[in-house]
Design a protein around this ligand. Structure first.
Ligand SMILES: Cc1cc2nc3c(=O)[nH]c(=O)nc-3n(C[C@H](O)[C@H](O)[C@H](O)COP(=O)(O)OP(=O)(O)OC[C@H]3O[C@@H](n4cnc5c(N)ncnc54)[C@H](O)[C@@H]3O)c2cc1C
Length: 415
């Protein structure tokens, strides 16, 4: 492992840093913390995010891993990590384009027709339109292929009925990628078709979901006889699963990319400022022992993340360690937030930036992280992946293989 930039990487970092310093403002402690769930997006935030995306697009920094023909710069994975590290030092508006540029764009590039690419990719790059992902349903999340919303052909259109849920940003999006069941007689994974849907089409109803932290980052989306022209179908009829896999692979790469998260520095510093029985909490032996454990876990995660970065830097595909960042990091951040709340004593029970230490950031982290441990693959699903693909343990039993979707039992067996 070599943690230093190669000369080429250092030159790239300098180029990125120079542009960011000339065009952005350095992030300070007073700037809003990044809001990965999109909970706090306002009209002003959307306007600012669009302006920042356009500025980056004009300078060739908007979607750097995209091929040059689509307005990117064909950057390598390690260059993308470097860019993200440098951009995170700048006070940026809410990150509302991640689903569009990280997942929808690459899906269109792989499966879209030339006309579809021409129609949607330029406005994805410049941030003119915002996109969302309409995959999950009330009974289809980890088991996405079990989805039940339907598409029925009607002349040149398709008629969509059903419900999606947990759709991040649906309330302010212009377009969505949608996977629905077009053939209930086919086997579970074979009867799906993939579309791009206009989020302002008649028959779409969007209801924000109020989350445990009071935010409304995601939504329920109801479809009642929504018409989608056939020229908005992505890929062949019945190949929706194949197209969705491209989206999901890009989702996992964008969530797990870079490897490793969580640092114990803020918590140690908070323990210096907090009091137990009138003395700094850090002087308490039990507190110090806890902090040492967090430090060790965070360092382990950081070094495992560095293995991912080293693999990327050498042009290799990272191994199974890449999936540890989300699994182990999520639990660690949640545990540290819980301890931060404990250290805050009586005020720890409040979730109010005015009265709670550190602007209630420990509470925000504690209430927000469970969502990140579910999105893009739950802890249990990631463990299944590690069990099957890394440890080569036997796969889970599947009772739905080779059966027409409509014949898969949905409840307990009838007597
Ligand atoms: C913050 C956030 C943003 C999201 N944004 C979007 C979005 O924009 N678009 C979208 O389509 N979806 C989105 N989702 C939905 C997300 O993809 C699903 O929540 C996720 O796939 C889990 O599905 P589920 O909620 O239906 O839970 P389920 O799959 O029903 O799981 C319930 C529980 O069972 C466990 N479980 C399930 N299957 C197994 C198994 N085989 N083995 C062991 N345990 C299992 C799970 O780990 C979990 O604990 C978002 C979710 C979150 C939290």
């Amino acid at each position: 492992m070599d943690f230093n930039d190669t000369p080429e990487e250092a030159a790239f970092r300098q180029e990125a840093r120079s542009w960011l310093e000339a065009n952005g403002t350095r992030r300070t402690a007073d700037d809003d913390a990044p809001d990965p769930l999109g909970d706090k997006v306002t009209e002003a935030g959307i306007k600012a995010a669009k302006a920042w995306q356009l500025k980056k697009a004009k300078a060739g920094w908007a979607c750097i891993t995209w091929p040059e023909e689509y307005g990117g710069r064909g950057a390598t994975a390690i260059q993308s990590v470097i860019w993200n590290q440098e951009e995170s030092k700048v006070a940026t508006p809410p990150a509302i384009f991640g689903i569009g540029t990280g997942m929808c764009g690459p899906t269109l590039m792989t499966h879209g027709t030339d006309a579809q690419k021409e129609r949607w990719i330029p406005e994805l790059l410049t941030g003119e339109k915002v996109w969302c992902q309409l995959f999950s349903e009330p009974a289809a999340g980890s088991d996405l292929a079990g989805l039940r919303s339907t598409a029925v052909r009607d002349g040149d259109d398709w008629i969509i009925n059903g419900q999606k849920i947990w759709t991040t940003g649906a309330q302010f999006c212009d377009w969505g990628i949608l996977v629905v069941r077009s053939d209930p007689n086919a086997a579970k994974h074979a009867g799906l078709t993939f579309f791009v849907v206009d989020m302002h089409a008649p028959g779409i109803e969007i209801r924000p979901i109020v989350q445990i932290n009071g935010g409304t980052g995601f939504n329920e989306v109801f479809f009642s006889d929504v018409r989608i022209p056939d020229d908005q179908r992505i890929g062949a009829v019945g190949n929706g699963w194949g197209v969705s896999i491209t989206t999901l692979m890009n989702e996992r790469a964008s969530i797990g990319g870079g490897g490793g998260s969580g640092s114990s520095g803020d918590l140690i510093e908070f323990a210096r400022r907090s009091q137990i029985d009138g003395r700094p909490a850090i002087e308490d032996r039990a507190v110090r022992q806890k902090l040492a454990h967090f430090y060790i876990r965070a360092k382990g995660l950081q070094f495992t993340g560095n293995r991912t970065l080293t693999a990327l830097s050498k042009g290799q595909t990272p191994g199974p360690e890449a999936s540890l960042g989300k699994l182990v990091g999520g639990v660690l951040i949640q545990d540290m937030a819980e301890f931060g709340i404990e250290l805050a004593g009586m005020t720890g029970a409040l979730d109010d930036p005015e009265f709670t230490p550190d602007g209630a950031s420990w509470q925000a982290s504690f209430l927000g992280i469970p969502g990140l441990r579910i999105a893009g693959g739950t802890d249990e699903v990631l463990r299944n992946i590690i069990a099957e693909r890394v440890l080569q343990l036997p796969p889970e039993t599947r009772l739905d293989k080779g059966i027409a979707f409509k014949d898969i039992p949905t409840g307990p067996p009838s007597k």
